[in-house]
Design a protein around this ligand. Structure first.
Ligand code: ADP
Ligand code: ADP
Ligand code: ZN
Ligand code: ZN
Length: 754
């Protein structure tokens, strides 16, 4: 047995056709091939699954009872495996308290630095942690945000108290609360709130409870005046909302706002911790700086006591910068990172770790990266390899494919047309190979010159969210517009946030999952199931309901799921094929009815392409919808595959397929080329062109140069990420972009063959 290779013999997961291959250890191996060709079936369902199973076998039988069970992948042999670490695009976990700093373990080191050299010295490290009761702000419990009274809604400052300046219903003129204000003696009842002094406003809003006397029915009685905000927060916010009556909840809801904590200003820490400083910055201020600036400040610290700690901090920050995340801040909540950003953060965690001889598996790490930053990714993958690890990458980006030591091209086509290795070897060899990947790597299309004339425009004015620098821009209608720019330049903020808020009727076609239930399948999602049932019913002269696995036709054993879930003590739920219908979902008698010689279960087992051959043009509606699936490059999906097994890219394309017949809509797509092979991108472009030719508007956030070349209009954001971005650096046609030397994207368009 050769220890230099991981060896797979005769793998048969999903569509794999007895795939045998050797993957060199301590090298970078990249898997390419059209979507659905079988890359994931090899890398995730075979290699990673087996590594995970072996790992679990190392635990005692007792411990294994508490762990998920991994079935043995379908293969004759998988040998020489290392421990696998999967670096995917799933969002990083963690509660409300998780930030970039905590998940990368940079924040604990920063706290250590403050406990050593911060002035005044308050010692104890825990005091700088918002996760520790001693360090957290007592007002917001370390969350940094708090609900409060929305003064913009609660006050009409152009009025006086007599005119009803306080809009909370309980303060209506003449009410109990209003009368207490009136008799408090603190306020001039006829003065407009805009004319109040700072002290008067303070008194009105924040006054602690104080006793006042007033006469009720001729008798003097004691009452309490309390600032409006103080009282509101005490009555409605500092207690469980659910303990309030439904009526009260409804009443206060419009007045509640979620904002930074008033005590710590969002810094999450106790006042004591915030007073401790290094070179005039407190720990919250340093955590709010972009990583690129933070490292500069650390370089100015020349305290010998701190040198080792500063060194450790700089090394970790440098990793973030190297991977193009210099625009993030340590205090950034982890749940606001994009999928690509999350994956890069995970990569950084592993670079800082000390694991060696591990098999690292990446799923399209180039997602979200501008061509400018892709080379940095290459450097980091090489670093990981040079530490003695085996690096395995599924990738479509030509610039990433180029850095491979070894390439495995899977194909030739998708689904049953794929599942084989069509090329193995070097990049240079791939360029000569007669495979779809080889062909596409060699050809570069010219930029589009016959661009469409816009039918109108959608204006955005004064956009200033996050890093946007108060920008104005028009998005043309009736054309394909690409919004480009380096990661962090503000593309998603401009389109997904600002634009979507102004144009909420725009339809977002994203990669989020489409499976609304475990019963959803492509046939139901694109809406051919009804027609299919009717066709079966008409030919066989029976009730159409029989052909539904959600009702009458369902196998009684599994209720139409095709699988049975078994709960075994201690074990995770186990899914087994139904022993009655064998996974076909239908009752035996239903399967006896045929349409053109096939049962309903046979039809659901067909791929879209097979179904297109099967249905003749008389089934116009079905054929049209199947064509739409084929147009978006999903002809390899089977009609009955659970939607829960679809990848993000496939989800995005199936949504697109179900939109293809609409008119006059605005479509927004965020990196639709994710998961797409160069040949699939042609399908996608054809689809976008069809949408626009039918009178729709398409707006795409993309780095992919093919899409940029073929757009009608390009808006480039930048020039850099974070604070150094947020402006529009270019607006124009692809042809104009080629000549715009100051544009980063332009430089890469030129390099890539124009
Ligand atoms: P790639 O990673 O190259 O896009 P995959 O390995 O995901 O391709 O898929 C190869 C084929 O196997 C496709 O036809 C896909 O639809 C099918 N497939 C993948 N996962 C499943 C599954 N869980 N159940 C049934 N078919 C699957
Ligand atoms: P792009 O889409 O071009 O990669 P983004 O619009 O995601 O860029 O980010 C632009 C800037 O806004 C970056 O500095 C980013 O860190 C910041 N940003 C994005 N989302 C948030 C958020 N939820 N909270 C705070 N800052 C954010
Ligand atoms: Zn606070
Ligand atoms: Zn069954």
């Amino acid at each position: 047995m050769n220890q230099e290779y991981i060896e797979i013999r005769r793998a048969r997961e999903n569509n794999l056709k007895d795939v045998s291959l050797r993957i060199p250890k301590r090298k970078i191996t990249i898997f390419t091939g059209v979507s659905g060709s079988g890359k994931s079936s090899i890398v995730f369902d075979t290699l990673a699954a087996e590594a995970q199973r072996l790992l679990n076998d190392n635990f005692s039988l007792f411990a294994r009872k508490f762990m998920p069970r991994y079935p043995q992948p379908q293969a004759d042999a998988i040998e020489n495996l290392n421990m696998a670490v999967i670096v995917d695009q799933k969002r990083l976990g963690g509660g409300a308290h998780s930030t970039l700093g905590t998940v990368t373990d940079i924040s604990p080191v920063l706290r250590l630095l403050f406990s050593r050299i911060g002035q005044p010295c308050i010692g104890n490290e825990n005091l700088f942690s918002f996760n520790d009761p001693k360090g957290m702000c007592p007002n917001c419990n370390g969350v940094g945000r708090m609900a409060g009274l929305d003064l913009d809604v609660a006050l009409d400052k152009s009025k006086s108290l007599n005119e009803g300046a306080i809009l909370l219903p309980e303060y209506a003129v003449g009410s109990y609360e209003w009368t207490i204000c009136e008799h408090s003696g603190y306020f001039d009842l006829n003065k407009k709130l805009t004319d109040y002094s700072k002290a008067e406003i303070e008194q009105l809003l924040y006054s602690k409870p104080c006793k006042i006397e007033m006469s009720v029915g001729g008798k003097m009685m004691n009452f309490t005046y309390e600032g409006i905000i103080e009282k509101f927060v005490r009555k409605y916010i500092r207690r469980d909302v659910k303990s309030l009556s439904e009526r009260t909840q409804k009443m206060v809801a419009p007045f509640i706002t979620d904002g930074p904590c008033v005590l710590c200003g969002g810094a999450r820490l106790s006042q004591e911790a915030l007073e401790c400083r290094i070179n005039s910055y407190n720990i919250a201020e340093l955590s709010a700086l972009e990583v690129g600036r933070l490292i500069g400040l650390l370089r100015e610290i020349d305290d010998p006591v701190a040198a080792p700690i500063v060194g450790a901090l700089k090394e970790r920050l440098q990793h973030l910068i190297d991977i193009g995340l210099d625009y993030l801040t340590l205090d950034r909540p982890i749940d606001t990172l994009s999928g690509g950003e999350s994956q890069r953060v995970k990569l950084v965690k592993h670079l800082g770790g000390s694991l060696v001889d591990v098999m690292y598996i990446f799923d399209e790490p180039s997602v979200g990266l501008h061509p400018r930053d892709v080379y940095r990714l290459g450097d980091l993958l090489r670093k990981l390899r040079d530490k003695g690890n085996t690096v395995i990458v599924v990738e479509h980006d030509p610039d990433v494919i180029r850095i491979a030591d070894h390439i495995v091209d899977v194909g030739p086509y998708a689904s049953s047309g794929g599942g084989m290795i069509v090329y193995e070897g070097s990049y240079e060899g791939l360029l000569q190979a007669d495979t779809l990947t080889g062909q596409h790597l060699k050809q570069a299309l010219p930029v589009k010159t016959n661009v469409r004339v816009p039918t109108g425009k959608l204006p955005i004015r004064g956009a200033a969210l996050y890093n946007l620098k108060d920008i104005n821009v028009d998005i043309p209608t009736g054309v394909i517009t690409v919004v480009s720019g380096v990661a962090g330049s503000g593309k998603s903020t401009l389109i997904n946030r600002v634009f979507m808020q102004k144009y909420p009727h725009a339809i977002v076609i994203d990669q989020s999952s489409v499976g609304v239930s475990t019963r959803s399948i492509p046939a139901t999602y694109i809406g051919i199931m009804d027609d299919l049932r009717k066709a079966f019913a008409a030919v066989n002269k029976v009730n159409a309901g029989l052909f539904s696995f959600n009702s009458k036709g369902a196998c009684e054993q599994c209720q139409g799921l095709g699988v049975i879930f078994m709960d075994l003590a201690y074990l995770d739920e186990v899914k087994l094929p139904c022993d009655v219908c064998g996974g076909k979902r239908f009752k035996e008698e239903v399967l006896g009815y045929r349409l053109y010689g096939r049962s309903i279960a046979d039809v659901l087992a067909m791929t879209v392409r097979e179904a297109l051959d099967y249905f003749d043009p008389s089934h116009g509606e079905i054929v049209r919808k199947l064509m739409a699936m084929s147009d978006v490059g999903l002809d390899y999906l089977t009609l009955g595959q659970p939607l829960s097994t679809l990848s993000g890219g496939e989800c995005q394309r199936i949504k697109l397929a179900s939109e293809l017949h609409k008119r006059g809509s605005i479509y927004v797509m965020d990196e639709p080329t994710t998961g797409l092979h160069m040949s699939d991108i042609e399908h996608l472009l054809a689809t976008m062109n069809r949408l626009v030719d039918a009178g729709n508007t398409v707006i795409v956030i993309e780095h992919n140069l093919e899409i940029i070349r073929r757009a009608d209009w390009i808006i480039e954001m930048g020039p850099e990420g974070g604070n150094k971005g947020g402006t529009i650096v270019f607006e124009g046609t692809p042809d104009q972009l080629l000549r715009a030397e100051y544009s980063l994207t332009s430089q890469y368009l030129v390099i890539s063959g124009q």
